[in-house]
Design a protein around this ligand. Structure first.
Ligand code: PRP
Ligand code: URA
Length: 212
């Protein structure tokens, strides 16, 4: 939350404009997918702000330039299926050398607990800066399970990128993983009785893929 050190709310006007369109119930799957992709790219720009640079020299058509490149940081983008898939392409446009891992989790509608059904990660995940991506941080159960799993296979440098967070989800991450920074475009009011974010945007997976 504003003032809580591990949460960054991306307040850029373009982000807030696109987020409003994303929330709108009249936005159909095609536009929804485009907006998720664009928001993910803009958010990744913020979330990588502290990546290290090193000095290099390149020759321009005019002269030698002392300039900077990324200091060999290796990145893995890890979407939480399904809805996290919508955020991958936007980030890969910014960081084309990133590898992509997948974690399949769904939230059991009765218990609201995450159920894992699939995972496939880059072999060298432990050496990579990991960006977990999932549009929604509601109870936080799915994100905590994804972080626990990634830690169990050696990942140490983990950032969580969501589009909308509930206070409950932020608390859950702060309790289990205070070293994991959260990037979000908004912090909403609360969860409803079905643990949906209010006002939120509804079911992100269904809106992305046109399912119900
Ligand atoms: C959604 C969302 C998150 C999770 C958030 O996935 O994409 O993964 O819910 O809720 P939580 O913070 O309470 O765990 P969902 O379980 O609906 O699966 P789907 O993406 O396959 O539709
Ligand atoms: N998952 C979603 O897709 N939306 C919510 O509001 C909460 C969990």
């Amino acid at each position: 939350m504003p003032g809580i050190p591990n949460v960054v709310v991306v307040e850029h006007p373009l982000v807030q404009h696109k987020l409003s369109k994303l929330r709108d119930e009249r936005t159909g799957p095609k536009e929804f997918r485009e907006l998720v992709k664009e928001l993910a790219m803009l958010e990744a720009y913020e979330a990588t702000r502290d990546f290290e640079l090193e000095e290099v020299t390149v020759r321009t058509p005019v002269a030698e330039a002392s300039t900077k490149v990324l200091a060999g940081k290796k990145v893995a983008v890890v979407p939480v299926l399904r809805a996290g898939l919508g955020m991958v392409d936007g980030i890969l446009e910014l960081i084309p050398a990133a590898k992509v891992g997948h974690i399949g989790l769904y939230r059991d509608p009765e218990t609201l607990k995450p159920v894992e059904y699939y995972s496939k990660l880059p072999e060298d995940i432990a050496e990579r800066e990991v960006l977990i991506v999932d549009p929604m941080l509601a109870t936080g159960g799915s994100a905590v399970a994804a972080i626990d799993f990634l830690r169990s296979v050696g990942a140490r440098k983990i950032r969580l990128l969501v589009l909308i967070a509930a206070p409950e989800g932020i608390d859950a991450i702060a309790r289990c993983c205070e070293d994991v920074p959260i990037f979000t475009c908004a912090i909403d009011d609360r969860l409803n009785e079905h643990a949906y974010i209010v006002p939120g945007l509804g079911d992100a997976g269904d809106r992305l893929f046109g399912t119900e």
